[in-house]
Design a protein around this ligand. Sequence first.
Ligand code: MN3
Length: 201
Amino acid sequence: MAYELPNLPYAYNALEPHISAQTLAFHHDKHHAKYVNTFNQLAPDAGMADNPIEEVIKATYQGSANPGPLHNNAAQAWNHTFYWNCMKPGGGGIPTGTIAEKINSDIGSYQEFKEQFTKAAPGQFGSGYVWLVLNNGRLEVTNSPNAVNPMSMGMTPLLTMDVWEHAYYLDYQNARAKYAETFVDNLINWDYVNQQLAAAQ
Ligand code: MN3
């Protein structure tokens, strides 16, 4: 039961001018495809070809920032599928629905969420991700190195932003903070985040 590379949920140019078609084509067709292929090559040797990918991610996490190739490629396969769904054309800005109320009650305000999320991006040294997670029922903004996914620590991911350079360098060069601000203002698919929150509660 191989993990399949999903199609992007929108056209390559759908997120322009914020993320270019060139970035999405390289990111999905080359980077994400490679992680999926490598995961599918490694899983059978580890006797995990038939396990759900979330199980592989949690079972192979050793509390390390770099738990090894099976973990890294499983997590990267999952993380990218999740990241594509966390964005949409015309997204971002102040959310509606349950997530809006929960941001206000757990984080304080949308402005405070935006501040924490955009600060976490340059705060992640090297490659990694910024996340909005459910941790013991409360929303938290967190970041992680390399491929690490908060599900390995028992949290539920609700939203992620890839802050590996391949996610933004063609469009923003070294300006990771500008990419993060654009992500929050113009790209977040709050409908999808609301779905993740509903599924988790
Ligand atoms: Mn990436």
